[in-house]
Design a protein around this ligand. Structure first.
Ligand code: TXA
Ligand code: MG
Length: 346
């Protein structure tokens, strides 16, 4: 099929929205990474999205909304409203507070789902992941579609997430109906996924909205899913899906992610030691074959992994972020996966 490149004009956005309504796939910009949009209520559209990405179908999709009341189309009313009071239940109040603080923005909330949300969209789970992205263009596109738009990152499964429409075209040209060509993503790593369907708020995937930020809004403790702190055993393809001791709550965390073709090595130590280790590595293997990342920045990291592959580099070497901030933890979550947990203390 021919993949149409949609300019972000009102008329093109209407056409892109029509494509979604008709069961097609259209990639869209967000502040984190580009998403691969499909009608969230159409099981066939979800199946098509999995097929285009080559993604395992037990890995659920995030549903993108344009206004807070859209949550009522995804979550049973009794979880949200108390009598006539919208978002008046305990869960409803949490959602409202988090939405006021962080939406539109890079926070995804996992919530109990309505039957109307097909299992194909939620990977068979009885919860649904919801987020309102910060992109005027995409909010218009969702509103125009009159439905809600599920969207995994718009990369081939296992490849680095796309942070520009050009990356989407590289991976999915000919496999999807269209791409909305918006701005490059300013965040650069995927949203924080927060489970609100259990007793306590738990972060299932770390991102730029940190546990401290969420904790300050909810006035309660926010913890990481224990699997985020573990180092799983990987099979030869780099998947952790067969490690019997690794049980992340977000199914996506089991699968190989962000992998460049080049072999990636992280050096961990003082600035002086890592710089020396990187220079020694370049000397040993030759400039031509080594791509160097002196400082990992979330906004540019995935694009750099793709750049290294374009340049046919054999190795990527990078200095690990060593401070114990939550943002660094989120960035290192991606860097460690990209490097297959290959980290050398220097
Ligand atoms: O920033 C983002 O979140 C981007 C943009 C496009 O919005 N989307 C994205 O989607 O990263 P994806 O499909 O690549 O990652 C979704 C993650 C996966 O790890 C998945 O397992 C988890 O969210 N997830 C989705 N629904 C879930 C649910 N009901 N319960 C637990 N985890 C869920
Ligand atoms: Mg992804």
């Amino acid at each position: 099929m021919e993949t149409i490149l949609f300019e972000p004009t009102n008329e093109s956005l209407r056409k892109a929205a029509d494509t979604i309504k008709n069961g097609g796939l259209v990639a869209f910009p967000t502040e984190t990474v580009y998403g691969l949009g499909a009608d969230a209520f159409d099981p066939d559209a979800a199946r098509k999205a999995y097929a285009a990405k080559g993604r395992p179908s037990d890995n659920p999709l995030i549903v993108h909304i344009a206004e807070i009341d859209d949550i009522y189309r995804l979550v049973p009313k009794e979880y949200l409203s108390k009598g006539d009071e919208k978002f008046g239940t305990e869960l409803g109040k949490k959602i409202k507070k988090l939405s006021d603080a962080f939406w539109p923005g890079p926070l995804t909330m996992v919530l109990p789902k309505l039957d109307a949300v097909p299992k194909e969209t939620t990977g068979g789970l009885d919860t649904v992941a919801v987020r309102m992205p910060r992109s005027e263009v995409t909010l218009k596109f969702i509103k125009e579609s009159k439905t809600l738009v599920s969207g995994p990152s718009a990369n081939l499964s296992g490849r680095p997430s796309p942070t520009s429409w050009f990356h989407v075209k590289h991976d999915l040209d000919g496999k999807i109906d269209g791409i909305i060509c918006g701005d490059p993503c300013e965040g650069g790593i995927e949203s924080t996924v927060l489970n609100l369907a259990g007793d306590k708020p738990v972060i299932l995937r770390p991102g730029l909205i940190t546990p401290e930020m969420i904790s300050a809004v909810l006035d309660t403790e926010v913890i990481y899913d224990a699997a985020l702190l573990a180092k799983p055993k990987l099979d030869e393809k780099g998947n952790a899906a067969d490690d019997p001791d690794f049980h992340p709550i977000a199914p996506g965390m089991k699968y190989k992610h962000y992998a460049p073709k080049a072999e990636m090595i992280l050096f961990k130590g003082s600035k002086e030691n890592t710089n020396k280790a990187i220079l020694d590595f370049v000397k040993e293997h030759g400039k031509k074959d080594v791509f160097v990342i002196y400082e990992i920045n979330p906004r540019t990291f995935f694009a750099q992994l793709r750049e290294a592959d374009e340049e046919n580099k054999k190795f990527i070497v990078a200095a690990a972020l060593c401070d114990d901030s939550s943002i660094s933890f989120s960035v290192m979550n991606r860097a460690l996966k990209a490097a297959g947990y290959h980290i050398v203390e220097v």
